[in-house]
Design a binder for this molecule. Sequence first.
Ligand code: URP
Ligand code: ZN
Ligand code: ZN
Length: 460
Amino acid sequence: MAVVLAGGTVANPDGAYRADVRIEGGVIAQVGIDITRAGDCVSDVSGKYLLPGGIDAHTHFDLPLSDGTRTADSFSTGTKAALAGGTTCVIDYATQFKGESLRRGLDNWHRLSDGKCFCDYAFHMAITDWNESARGDLPGVVSSGVTSFKMYMAYKGSLQVDDGVIYDALGQMASAGGLLCVHCENGDVIAARTAELLRTGRAGPELHPLSRPEAVEAEAVSRLIAIASLVGAPVYVVHVSACASMKKIIEAKMEGSRVFAETCPQYLYLDDSLYAPGPEAAKYVCSPPLRGRENHGGLWASLRSGLADVVATDHCSFSFAGQKDGHLDNFSAIPNGLPGVENRILLMYKGVAEGRLSLPAMIRAVSYNPAAIFGIYPRKGALIPGADADVVVLDPSGRTVISAGTQFQNVDYTPFEGMEVPASIESVYLRGVELFRGGKFAGGAPTGRYVQRGASGALG
Ligand code: URP
Ligand code: ZN
Ligand code: ZN
């Protein structure tokens, strides 16, 4: 039996317009007016927006750190939280640790996620040990549907790779058909500044941002762009936090480079005043750190104009009690990262409601662009015939107050505590099945499917 979501406004990457959506067999059969047929089950969504399911292109679920700490959210809790917040597909960073092959890293992530996910999921592959085996494995990994990779210019001594590695890997990516995503911060300078701060007894969590100021990020962005231009390969800069870095990317775009920019809700809403002295500052330890408020306007403008491509969360959750608060005497040992996978869609809609960007611009940043850049479009990323029926019914007359007390994220705080959004998520459909209704989970066992991705749209 087909389901028709009738009377709503469809928000697609190319515009928002009055249309019904007819769903059959888990896919979108029709989008238009007067499309209901005899026997259809009609759901009245008058006054609501119908959005394509969100795609969060940057999560870390079940990520182990070198000291044995693990992220608070597993694939199970993280994907349920994603779905609750209108994200129907995540692209998580499967990680190859030192001494592992790419294949082993990928197998580990499949083992962690298999049968556990409530929303659909795909993987990028973070490479921390670039060697002959990794070079050899790359084409096979790409043809298995993992078509994007990540390297870190920061986290010296653990995840960081050097510039020669990035140069060589970009060459291999170009021939294998992979897109390289890069964490841009100068890890050597961070290590030196961290040592300097700790040597002089400045070790509290509030000192974290001092160890990695904006210039450390902007310099790494410039260096990456220069390296990529030598190879002629596209690159995707993850979690851009500051205007200085975004400007470098925009300049490179203007000069014809294929450089893609991702930013995150924390860099659009939160600021460095949260690093006041005291234990609470540990909650906001993430890298890059939160920046001055003066960055917000420029980052929103880059999204409004389409010069920034994607809003992802970089969801990497650690509880305050027992995880973040275990290292209050040494900021450099606090596990890095923030939760947010549950909040992205509503926080971006808040931007729409406040006139910071249009609804179609929001859809491009949270759904269409990640689908296109990471090889999932047209299966996902827009409400069009033939696409998976991943649909979010958003009520613009609702109201949501973000709070740890009501969240699905398995973490004891939210950095967005108390933030009000003038909307609520009424329903979330995954491939035609309504899995959330009125904020309550309406499904059973996990039904999220692994998504084998095609070639990145960034390469064309
Ligand atoms: O602080 C952050 N962002 N942690 C997650 C890992 C990363 O750098 O993306
Ligand atoms: Zn990163
Ligand atoms: Zn990350």
